[in-house]
Design a protein around this ligand. Structure first.
Ligand code: NAP
Length: 310
């Protein structure tokens, strides 16, 4: 029986080596060289893989996302019926995202865009001192990534709030849920951080209504998915000053075309979906663990809840 890998060629080799380092007995196939379709018992795939293609493998027991997000796997036609999907919950993914959020919170909190502009103008000007304890951070999504980022922000003294689907308690974080909770948190979020999964409920959630509910001059940080943000609404909010600046790691579409206004917008800081990148050697043990569990009929870990969409 074999594991099918599907992503960019260079990354596929890293995955193969990482999986073999954990279990040298694994038989690895690299898409499109799947060999006999009947051999494939698990598929470890990233965004470009066509879910319809996975219906070719009659003995498939498990699909694993090469990242924390699974929206690319669940959109139509979705995984073959009855086949479980697992995602990555990985210490290195989580800490990278925490660093990226912290980087951008501090960038905005410490007026870095303004100081860079002043430097370009050779203007010596001290801006008012920022007060950490008064800069309220609202995080959309307090899952693996949001909870960790919240802890990092709390550790340096920011007041942190978080919004979830179901009621949730997180030590030191003021929590909200549901539509009313979103409005209440937004009204007090000087910096809004999006770390939600992309689902039918969350698509387009960062829209004119939500941006308009933020305090005037708030900041937006999106490390989740481009589909969470309505670009035209964010552009209007930046133009009016309702949103002072945005840090964006994810876009619609990706790669972002060169003519897209975000590339040159003076109040937008971009990274190319690089906030948190899977490191195969870190992620491989849980994939092998799940494969062994699937083979022996034990409960799988990090399973996706199809009904919830994440
Ligand atoms: P997770 O552990 O599944 O957490 C998701 C959080 O979002 C949970 O707190 C969940 O609420 C909340 N949520 C989901 N639907 C909601 C809704 N309709 N209303 C309110 N809250 C909702 O996910 P994660 O591991 O933190 O990852 C989050 C996302 O980050 C991924 O799905 C992926 O898209 C993105 N990501 C981006 C990068 C990058 O490099 N840019 C890297 C990794 C991941 P409950 O607590 O109530 O379930």
């Amino acid at each position: 029986m074999a594991v099918l890998l599907s992503t960019k060629a260079a990354t596929m080799e890293m995955w193969r080596d990482a999986l073999l380092a954990v279990d040298p007995s694994l038989e690895i196939r690299m898409f499109p060289d799947a060999g006999d379709p009947a051999d494939i018992e698990a598929a470890v795939v990233w965004t470009a893989h066509d879910m319809a293609e996975l219906r070719r493998y009659p003995n498939l027991k498990l699909i694993v996302s090469m990242g924390a997000g699974v929206d690319h796997l669940l959109r139509p036609p979705g995984p073959p019926p009855g086949i479980p999907v697992a995602r990555l919950v990985d210490r290195m993914l989580t800490s990278q995202m925490g660093e990226w959020v912290l980087l951008n919170v501090l960038r905005f909190h410490r007026q870095d865009l303004d100081y860079r502009q002043l430097q370009a103008e050779k203007t010596w000007l001290e801006l008012p001192a920022p007060v950490t304890a008064e800069r309220r951070i609202g995080i959309l999504g307090l899952g693996e990534l949001g909870t960790h980022a919240a802890g990092m922000l709390r550790a340096i003294g920011f007041p942190v709030m978080g919004w979830t689907r179901r009621p949730k308690q997180v030590a030191g974080v003021e929590t909200f849920h549901g539509a009313e909770g979103l409005a209440a948190m937004a009204a007090r979020s000087d910096i809004l951080v999006c770390l939600l999964p992309l689902t039918p409920e969350t698509r387009g959630i960062v829209n004119a209504q939500l941006l308009g509910a933020l305090p005037h001059g708030a900041f937006l940080i999106n490390g989740a998915r481009g589909g969470h943000v309505v670009d035209a609404d964010l552009m209007a909010a930046l133009d009016s000053g309702q949103v002072a600046a945005a840090a964006l790691d994810v876009f619609t579409p990706e790669p972002l075309p060169p003519e897209h206004p975000w590339w040159t917008h003076p109040r937008v800081v971009m990274t190319p979906h690089a906030a948190s990148i899977t490191i195969p050697s870190s992620a491989a043990p849980q994939v092998v663990e799940n494969l062994h569990r699937a083979r022996t009929g034990q409960p799988l870990i990090n399973l996706v809840d199809f009904a919830a969409g994440y």
